[in-house]
Design a binder for this molecule. Structure first.
Ligand code: OAD
Length: 230
């Protein structure tokens, strides 16, 4: 289970902490359905700004190690992420589960039947002509999970299945946003060994079997080398 800390070394801002997005922006102005209803142009501007930021970033060593692990047939590693930047995908992660959606996909804001399925959209600048749903002509919105919204049930089911595992790593997440934060406990109840990698202690540190204080982009490559050495 990864969070914003995994992309920090790539230059993508995290949400919490001194430099976090939620220090400078109020979620209720930008990341809720009612914010979009009130001022879709403002919300689109914020997402275009985030897209432009991510577009100039590259996956780092943490993404690369996880991608390689996900490609091994024998190890059966599944990556579940809260990140919407798609850097895991760009690193080549297989069968990625994106619990909070993607910055690079949009869907119909009205929720029309054909427009609920997200489609790719990589536009970096907002014009007066905001993105529209090709099916009903209504406004299109970023296909990310906003505050007060439910996660996609199929993604939750896949994450839950992935939480039936031997080892559960929680990496670079403050472990406070549910339901994502709950999967480590679920995995532990099913017998998994829980290891956390984070620069600081989080609520998960208290019940993790191992809490490694360190940067994901350093610790994961070290772990990879140790595993390769047997
Ligand atoms: P946060 O910003 O809440 O937490 C980032 C975590 O990464 C913190 O615990 C940092 O200590 C840690 N961290 C920072 N740099 C790191 C590094 N190089 N290596 C390891 N750890 C590092 O981000 P998330 O936990 O991902 O939701 O936030 C969860 C959700 O809250 C997000 O997905 C977003 C937000 O509101 C939605 O957009 C729905």
């Amino acid at each position: 289970m990864t969070g914003a800390g995994v992309s920090a070394a790539s230059g993508v801002p995290t949400f919490r902490g001194p430099e976090g997005l939620w220090r400078s922006f109020r979620p209720e102005d930008l990341a809720t359905p009612s914010a979009f209803e009130r001022d879709p142009a403002l919300v689109w501007e914020w997402y275009a700004w985030r897209r432009a930021k991510v577009a100039s970033c590259q996956p780092n060593a943490a993404h690369e190690v996880l991608a390689r692990w996900s490609q091994h047939e024998s190890t059966q590693v599944r990556v579940v992420t809260q990140n919407v930047d798609d850097l895991h995908l760009r690193a080549g992660t297989r069968d990625l589960i994106r619990l909070h959606g993607s910055l690079w996909e949009i869907k119909c804001f009205n929720g029309c039947a054909a427009g609920v399925r997200a489609w790719r959209d990589e536009v970096l600048t907002v014009t007066e002509r905001l993105p529209r749903c090709p099916h009903c002509g209504g406004l299109a919105r970023p296909a990310v999970v906003w505050f007060g919204e439910s996660l996609d049930a199929a993604d939750v089911a896949r994450a839950s299945q992935a939480a039936s595992c031997d080892v559960f790593l929680t990496v670079g997440t403050s472990a406070i946003v549910y339901p994502a934060a709950g999967f480590a406990r679920i995995a532990q109840a099913r017998g998994a060994f829980i290891a956390e990698i984070n620069l600081e202690q989080t609520p998960a540190s208290a019940f993790a079997d191992a809490a490694v204080l360190g940067a994901a982009e350093d610790v994961l490559p070290t772990l990879d080398q140790l595993l390769a050495a047997g």
